[in-house]
Design a protein around this ligand. Structure first.
Ligand code: COA
Length: 159
């Protein structure tokens, strides 16, 4: 059986509990998952890409089937070069779907063998996004039940 590899891409600035769950569920479905941390030029970064990669490693310290890498450039080509069968994304709400469908179709247009698998996020985290977590944190709000403990520690260390 060929290895089933999934790429889980995103800004992860920072990784939230919702992201963690999607990655864990991906590990249950695939032989290996590569978390691809992207630099999104449309977003002002809070953490460097290296810091974001370290956070993922800290949240999954003993998971040999998980790899963390940096993605610069075209996801479809990158995923294809890695031999990935699919891209793994979470859907929090119907509003995510339009954007995600467009990306999935574009990626498939670019690399027809590449599928996108969507996992429905846990309902209790559907309102959470990284930018909202950052905003609440910077304004002194409690985000301790929205992000994994190593991420909270990194946020506190940064401020
Ligand atoms: N739990 C919590 N938050 C979640 C979530 C979940 N399960 N799923 C998504 N989100 C949030 C993220 O926190 C993020 O919030 P933010 O906007 O406040 O930062 C938002 O949803 C979506 O961001 P993210 O998942 O990081 O994706 P993105 O829109 O920054 O980037 C890529 C998506 C990486 C897939 C896309 O930009 C890409 O493919 N880049 C590579 C270049 C490329 O190939 N472009 C052509 C694409 S067709």
């Amino acid at each position: 059986m060929p290895e089933r590899l999934a790429i889980c891409p995103g800004s992860f600035d920072p990784l939230t509990n919702g992201h963690e769950t999607i990655i864990r569920r991906g590990l249950a479905l695939f032989d290996r998952v590569i978390v691809a941390v992207t630099f999104n030029p449309r977003k002002t970064p809070f953490f460097s890409v290296e810091a974001r990669k370290q956070m993922v490693r800290d949240v999954f310290p003993d998971e040999p089937r998980l790899e963390v890498d940096e993605l610069n450039g075209l996801l479809a080509r990158w995923a294809s070069d890695k031999g990935a069968a699919c891209i793994l994304r979470g859907l929090r709400a119907p509003s995510d779907f339009e954007y995600e469908l467009q990306m999935a179709q574009m990626n498939r247009h670019l690399h027809p063998q590449l599928d996108t698998v969507f996992l429905a996020s846990e309902a209790d985290g559907s309102y959470v996004s990284s930018s909202l977590v950052r905003e609440v944190f910077v304004l002194g709000g409690d985000v301790s039940d929205l992000v994994p403990a190593p991420v909270l520690a990194a946020m506190k260390a940064r401020s």
